[in-house]
Design a protein around this ligand. Structure first.
Ligand SMILES: [Mg+2]
Length: 276
């Protein structure tokens, strides 16, 4: 999940100063963690500690009230009686990456992605955006090829992932809906050659840069495994320590469960699956 957070921080400097190029400074004094990071960490906390999504999003959102939430989310955050508001904004997709890393079957990933989305983004496109990103992360982590990932995501979402970034970029502009930004973020990953390249390509579309780089960065982390040490170091410096503590615990627990799966595979029989 630190790949998603790094994408948010790198993209944050370009959310309101869009660029159409992959050559830019990864970090600047404007680089900061935003709502994408805060709510991604909240999802990780729910998975780690069996907490409830709506209450936890409100806990984190109120603790970091100026992280850049959308207007409807802010109303929901402070409402006395919060109800899902039928959103299909990309908020459901930007926060979902821990689900793709933690769960051990595609069915479980799709089900949990829906649960994490539905407390606010209960519109079918809001749920679909979260499922597409979480499934891409899960499949990438399973060692599936980009072709397989693209085919599967197209099948469950109906997104057109055959477009190229060069076709999309000239007429693309800020779009914070799931259908208007999730497929483009996935294409940035599909065209990438490394973690850093995926994040640069997502930013280069000149859209909702932090969220698109967060989505592409989460999938790229699962696919490439490695994030340049210099990026991780800067991200750890920028992240608020209480958020970093959850990230570290979450990543450790995913590694441990991967090792236990590996061991049970070595013994030639399925061991218990740590489904959250
Ligand atoms: Mg943001």
């Amino acid at each position: 999940m630190i790949g998603a957070i790094a994408g948010d921080i790198i993209g944050s400097a370009y959310e309101w100063h869009q660029i159409k190029s992959i050559s830019f400074e990864l970090f600047s004094p404007r680089s900061q963690f935003t709502d994408d990071t805060v709510l991604t960490v909240a999802v990780a906390d729910c998975i780690l500690n069996g907490k409830e999504y709506a209450a936890t999003f409100r806990e984190y959102g109120r603790r970091y009230p100026h992280a850049g939430y959308g207007g409807n989310f802010r109303v929901w955050l402070w409402s006395d009686n919060p109800k899902p508001y039928n959103s299909f904004g990309n908020g459901s997709a930007m926060r979902v990456s821990p689900v793709g890393f933690a769960f051990s079957s595609l069915d479980a990933v799709l089900r949990e992605a829906e649960r994490s989305a539905a407390v606010t983004h209960n519109h079918p496109e809001g749920i679909k955006g979260a499922q597409a990103v979480a499934a891409a992360i899960f499949l990438a982590g399973q060692g599936e090829s980009k072709d397989r990932i693209r085919d599967y995501i197209e099948k469950i979402s109906g997104y057109n992932l055959r477009r190229t970034l060069d076709e999309i970029r000239p007429s693309y502009s800020f779009d914070e809906t799931c259908p208007g930004s999730v497929p483009e973020s996935i294409i940035a990953f599909l065209e990438s050659e490394s973690y850093e390249d995926a994040v640069r390509k997502a930013v280069s579309l000149g859209g909702d840069a932090d969220t698109m780089a967060c989505i592409a960065g989460g999938i790229a982390q699962a696919y490439y495994g490695e994030i340049p040490a210099g990026i991780v170091k800067r991200v750890r410096e920028i992240l608020d320590p209480p958020l970093l503590a959850v990230v570290d615990r979450f990543e450790r627990s995913c590694q441990l469960s991967a090792i236990s799966h590996q061991r049970s595979d070595d013994r030639g029989r399925g061991g218990p699956k740590a489904d959250g």
